[in-house]
Design a protein around this ligand. Structure first.
Ligand code: 8YV
Length: 309
């Protein structure tokens, strides 16, 4: 059997149902009991960026062979445990890169040009009564990127088209790019106007955006997060925004999704999205096809399409 942890995509569910004995964990009234009942038949788990196979689930499924994630990020999967037990892991890289990078640029434009605030201004009828505060130019702003992998590079390329000088932070300097490298996040934040989080979430990158970084970005700076909520010390971010120590933020991810700090709802200089970086019809279908392709390859003893472990 193949176990889906949570609802993720109708097409994926339908296609898995056609091919496998599909079990849906979210429909079970008692999850531990459900896992126990089906523990011997479950050979594959399909999860998402927010619901992966943790140590407890892996331990509960003695015949688990593969975890196929409907995401590029794998921070919710216990990769160490999978390795130890010989469980294969796959993700959905590349197919979502363009969408996530597009959304990062969209957030930059939305925050600087006040797109959402302006839309609210029109809808509320305020346009008829008052004058609107000017926005800020995006073209030419310096963009600092944390993580220069597939998504970070795609953001850099797009920002270049807006004449933005690009700089970046990664653990070690890249030899194949001409962007300015800073060996620390604080230095990067001190030297850019828009700071983007585009790295994987690991123990090292948890709270990579802390008070020091936020203060280095400063009252004119803008933070864009299309990575993971826990990259940011969220209470620090909220107080910096409330106190005006940070200029603005465009956030697609949060520390405790779907919970979003309510103090942010009152601020005009933030744009809040419900984790939709990869959320287009086209890309979600391509991600689903990768999940299906990986599971089929595995059960036919063929090489996996996008193996991680
Ligand atoms: C998805 C993601 O939103 O790929 C990732 O790491 O965060 C997203 O593509 C998610 O997996 C779908 O629920």
């Amino acid at each position: 059997a193949v176990l889906m942890i949570c609802p993720m995509n109708g097409y994926l569910e339908q296609e898995l149902q056609k091919r496998f004995n599909l079990l849906r964990l979210w429909t079970a009234p008692q999850k531990p009991g459900f896992l126990d009942t089906h523990k011997n038949s479950i050979r594959a788990v399909v999860g998402t960026a927010t619901a992966g196979a943790d140590a407890q689930m892996i331990e509960a499924l003695p015949n688990l062979e593969i975890v196929a994630s409907f995401s590029v990020g794998l921070d919710k999967i216990d990769l160490g445990k999978c390795k130890e037990k010989g469980i294969r892991v796959t993700n959905t890289p590349d197919v979502l890169t363009d969408d996530v990078a597009d959304l990062a640029i969209g957030l930059m434009l939305a925050v600087l040009r006040k797109l959402c605030e302006s839309d609210r201004y029109v809808r509320s009828g305020k346009w008829k009564r008052g004058d609107f505060r000017l926005s800020r130019k995006f073209t030419g702003k310096s963009v600092g990127i944390i993580g220069l992998g597939r998504i970070g590079m795609a953001i850099a390329k797009r920002a270049e088209a807006f004449s933005c000088p690009i700089s970046y932070y990664t653990r070690s300097q890249k030899s194949d790019v001409n962007y300015k490298y800073y060996p620390s996040v604080v230095e990067l934040a001190s030297n850019c106007q828009i700071l983007v989080v585009a790295c994987a979430l690991t123990e090292e990158t948890r709270h990579i955006i802390n008070r020091e970084v936020i203060d280095a970005l400063g009252p004119e700076g803008v933070l864009i997060n299309i990575g993971r909520g826990p990259h940011v010390d969220e209470p620090e971010l909220v107080s910096a925004l409330v106190e005006g120590r940070l200029g603005g933020a465009g956030l697609d991810v949060f520390e405790h999704e779907p919970e979003v700090p309510e103090k942010l709802f009152e601020l005009e200089n933030v744009v809040l999205l419900p984790h939709v970086g990869s959320g287009t019809v086209e890309t979600r279908q391509a991600m689903a096809d990768l999940v299906i392709g990986n599971l089929e390859a595995h059960f036919l003893n063929k090489p996996l399409l996008t193996p991680v472990v």
